[in-house]
Design a protein around this ligand. Structure first.
Ligand code: TAP
Length: 500
């Protein structure tokens, strides 16, 4: 794709008028309490907006609006092709503002425009279009019966769906989770991460323009402990879809079990491995992909391949290439598309990542690149690309999700050992394997325990590929694909007696 230049993005930033109110029942509204919270640009520490600081009362208003909208069928009662047309209109509006969304995401989340203009914003347009197109392609079923019966199996929407979004892909995850819920006929209440609420709020405002009926798509900004927990406890929320930490995922399950047994769809963390076999021939390509997989989105990615497992025979040669490729990933002005690395989302998160780097050194891993905060003079929270060698599987930097631009290299000697190392984790979100040997590839892809395995590339697949984790990386949840729509429905059997 072609980027604009830095000055064009800066001009867009100057023109931005962020939506800062909640979107409830078709209106932009202040929080009932009148409270606001501040949003900062993590790349320079400057305040960019004061956002409605919602709490339980706003959640209740949004859920009641969503429930009314569901029950009077202003959305669920439309034909699927009508829902499709309105979602397509929303995608077209987003596309018309795609550069504004990219810039807004960049200043709100600290993500480089290199990521937001190339991936987050256009990827969100693509995701809405794909899901909209699928809305009228889903089929209900009939089962075989004798002549005197008719048996239909139909999918029904739940009603009110809550969508809780993390700060690393604020727009894309909002879209990836809420559009399938809407395509299936549910009404949604979206809670963005407090650190990064602006693109979800802008999307909520655009949805009104697109003809999504009032109350069908609500956005309630505020803290996880107030807004998120209130959604998880609310008796009229029937399904909740969440991406974020394992700890909060667990708490949502507890809230569900203590209240109305709402369905809980969880996409949690990852500590993703890449396995490189000694038969690879293109070291340049493989090193380039490994570094991309670890450093894209500044490493703030649940599918970042932070555990790099390399066959002992090629470790030295490939490690040298990896270090060379890391040289292309420098931190800098996030509105300049030449910079591929952005800032950590907050000072607190940056300190957490730096802590892990210290722990890795204390545990005895060899720090062979980076490891420091950089560009302190900007007021931003930048960490340079960081590589550890000889990371052992017992080390905390190998077992825990760091969520930053940090990769660790671990050698192995056999396919068995590679599989054991790859699976030596409580996570199972994504793995990548590199080999030219078909038998080895098949064995690795089948035996590594992960929701997605990419071969000779780093990829989460396209919109048609289901995305979700195994083990503690996920629970009940497949984002993207037709399954993402189905999971926002319940199967109903209708059995009829006919006159013989
Ligand atoms: P979480 O704390 O899990 O936050 C994710 C979302 O849940 C945010 O909207 C958050 O709200 C909300 N939330 C927080 N506490 C809640 C509660 N008690 N009830 C309901 N909702 C609640 O993740 P984080 O702070 O963004 O990041 C922590 C770690 O999670 C990261 O270091 C990383 O390991 C992991 N993480 C994983 C992913 C993916 S893609 N799997 C994405 C982000 C983070 P507020 O933040 O507004 O309070």
């Amino acid at each position: 794709m072609a980027f604009l230049d830095r000055s064009a993005y800066a001009a867009i930033e100057r023109r931005l008028k962020p939506t800062v109110q909640a979107v409830i029942d078709g209106k932009l509204v202040d929080a009932v309490s009148g409270r606001t919270f501040d949003s900062y640009n993590p790349a320079n520490g400057q305040k960019i907006a004061e956002i409605a600081g919602c709490d339980e009362r706003d959640v209740d208003l949004a859920v009641q609006a969503a429930k009314r909208a569901f029950e009077d069928k202003r959305w669920a009662g439309l034909s699927p092709s009508d829902r499709k047309a309105r979602l397509q209109r929303l995608a077209m509006l987003l596309e018309a503002h795609v550069d504004e969304f990219a810039v807004l995401e960049t200043i709100d989340a600290g993500k480089p425009i290199y990521d937001t203009a190339r991936s987050d914003a256009p990827g969100s347009v693509e995701s809405i279009l794909w899901t909209a197109e699928a809305a009228d392609k889903l089929l209900d079923h009939m089962t075989k019966t004798g002549d005197t019966n008719l048996s239909m199996v139909v999918r029904e929407p739940f009603g009110v769906a809550a969508i809780i979004v993390p700060w690393n892909f604020p727009l894309y995850i909002t879209v990836m989770k809420s559009m399938p819920a809407l395509a299936a006929g549910n009404s949604v209440v979206i809670k963005p991460a407090q650190l990064t609420s602006l693109t979800a709020l802008k999307l909520g405002a655009l949805a009104l323009e697109a003809g999504i009926p009032d109350g069908v798509l609500n956005v309630v900004p505020g803290s996880g402990s107030k807004v998120g927990a209130a959604l998880a406890r609310h008796p009229d929320v029937r399904v909740i879809s969440f991406t974020g930490s394992t700890e909060v995922g667990r708490s949502l399950l507890s809230h569900s079990s203590e209240t109305n047994l709402k369905r809980v769809l969880l996409e949690l963390g990852g500590k993703c491995p890449v396995v490189v076999m000694p038969d690879i021939d293109d070291y340049d390509y493989v090193a380039d992909r490994i570094v991309y997989a670890a450093m894209a989105h500044s490493g703030l990615n649940c599918t970042a391949t932070a555990r790099v497992l390399i066959h002992q025979d090629i470790k030295e040669k490939l490690t040298a290439k990896i270090l060379e490729k890391c040289g292309l990933w420098f931190c800098g002005d996030t509105l300049d598309p030449r910079n591929r690395m952005g800032a950590m989302v907050s000072e607190e998160h940056m300190k957490g990542v730096l802590d892990y780097i210290r722990i890795g050194r204390e545990e005895g891993a060899d720090l062979i690149l980076g490891g420091r905060q950089v560009l302190e003079e900007t007021g931003g929270y930048f960490i340079e690309p960081t590589v550890f060698d000889n990371m052992q599987p017992w080390m905390r930097i190998s077992r825990e999700e760091i969520f930053g631009p940090v990769m660790g290299i671990t050698p192995f000697r056999s396919v068995d050992e590679a599989i054991a190392l790859a699976n030596d984790t409580e996570y199972g979100l994504l793995a990548s394997v590199y080999s030219n040997d078909l038998n080895t590839v098949i064995r690795l892809t089948r035996e590594i325990c992960a929701g997605t395995v990419s071969v000779n590339c780093y990829s989460e697949g396209d919109c048609a590929s289901p995305f979700g984790g195994f083990k503690q990386s996920g629970f009940n949840c497949k984002d993207k694909s037709l399954w993402s729509i189905e999971q926002f429905t319940e199967l109903k059997s209708i059995w009829m007696q006919l006159r013989g």
